[in-house]
Design a protein around this ligand. Structure first.
Ligand code: NAD
Length: 356
């Protein structure tokens, strides 16, 4: 099978981790006789430096025409003071919106081999953590109208949070379907005691819950969800929530697993086109040192194979190869402890590829 992948390496550690993910994909291609063809497009700060914009129109077209998109990370202090209209993150929002990537899937898994890396006590994480956050990605406050105006002599800033029924329903369906593929439990997180947008969210979710009666459904207020993730994370299986709540809760959840470098994500559309990226940023503090953890990006490729290319065996193979590398005691600096073998980013990529 031939698959065209548009590769957005981006800034900071982006190129380092994506190179390792490509090493692993190539090994899968070799083993299963698939041909992965990569087209590189500049994104973020490196694109601002070269082209004056965080992504060019041609680059965007190459994302739209691909079978899927692989992203490293964008941004860094060098571009913190550029004009807000061309900031590196603008490119990410633009790609999500142009590709219609409305559903962000973030699995949060505490690998058994890294159980003592979790900041939570053994008594809390002893049963393991394996949950999936389904975050709405193209609506809500990040895409609403925003303005700053002067009222009675002082500045007032307004950010609008807006959701329509169809936006809620389509993310709800992704979440209920995900729950069906896992342990049939779904928690919908909102702030329905205060926000109108949350009350509509809840009403639509309740309608869907009747349709998906085989899924055990619950409502959780976002402030309580933030607490419960720390108090008893294993109570959750699939969590669905709106854009900003999902942004915050998924970062909180990722930290329960010890390192942000381990966590993958998938952003999905109505079609099979998706964008796959680790959840972390460009880590400027360690960029260029070959010490970043490439596992989040490699696991994102497993999600790409599973969700965009329907290559289930191949995805399982990547996940098993990562597990074996951890079982064999290999650790990048972020997850290293005495008694294990410390490896560089490029070594971890090669070890995982060799396990395939
Ligand atoms: P960050 O995720 O880049 O880094 C936070 C901490 O985690 C740092 O100490 C970093 O060294 C560490 N870290 C992150 N990824 C790692 C990995 N793979 N291996 C080992 N350690 C890792 O977050 P930040 O420092 O807040 O942001 C840095 C830049 O990234 C900012 O410009 C921010 O806007 C941008 N950012 C981009 C994305 C994205 O591209 N999707 C997401 C978040 C932040």
């Amino acid at each position: 099978m031939v698959k065209n992948i548009t590769v957005l390496k981006g800034d900071g550690i982006g190129p380092e981790i994506v190179n390792e993910a490509i090493k692993v994909l190539d090994k899968i291609g070799e083993k299963y006789s698939h041909s992965f063809k990569y087209t590189e497009v500049d994104i973020g700060g490196c694109s601002i430096d070269k082209h004056g914009v965080p992504i060019t129109k041609e680059g965007m077209e190459l994302c739209k025409s691909a079978d899927s998109v692989l992203l490293g990370a964008v941004g860094g202090p060098k571009w913190d003071s550029v004009d807000p209209s061309i900031r590196p993150e603008k490119a990410l929002l633009a790609v999500r919106s142009e590709l219609g990537l409305f559903a962000n899937l973030r699995p949060t898994k505490l690998f058994a081999q890294l159980a003592d890396s979790s900041p939570l006590k053994e008594s809390i994480v002893g049963n393991g953590i394996d949950l999936m956050i389904v975050r709405e990605l193209t609506g809500g406050i990040y895409f609403g109208d925003r303005r700053t105006e002067v009222v009675d002599g002082e500045k007032v800033a307004v950010d609008e949070m807006k959701y329509s029924e169809h936006e809620i329903e389509r993310i709800g369906r992704v979440a209920f379907e995900s729950a069906r593929k896992r342990s049939h439990r779904l928690a919908s997180v909102d702030k329905a005691n205060v926000l109108d947008s949350s009350r509509l969210w809840r009403a639509v979710m309740h309608r869907l819950a009747e349709e998906y009666s085989d899924v055990e459904y619950s409502d959780v207020l976002v402030d309580n969800a933030a607490m419960q993730l720390i108090k008893n994370p294993s109570q959750f299986d699939v969590i669905v929530t709106e854009n900003m709540f999902g942004d915050i809760l998924s970062d909180e959840a990722s930290m329960l697993t010890g390192s942000i470098g381990m966590m993958p994500s998938a952003s999905l559309s109505d079609s099979t086109l998706g964008m796959y990226e680790p959840i972390h940023g460009s880590a400027p503090d360690i960029a260029g040192m070959d010490i970043a953890n490439p596992i989040g990006t490699i696991m994102s490729c497993a999600m790409m194979l599973r969700y965009s290319f329907d290559m289930v065996k191949e995805a399982d193979d990547i996940e098993a190869a990562v597990n074996k590398a951890l079982d064999d005691g290999y650790r990048t600096a972020d997850i290293y402890k005495d008694g294990f073998t410390k490896v560089k980013c490029s070594e971890m990529g090669s070890i995982i590829a060799a396990n395939i």
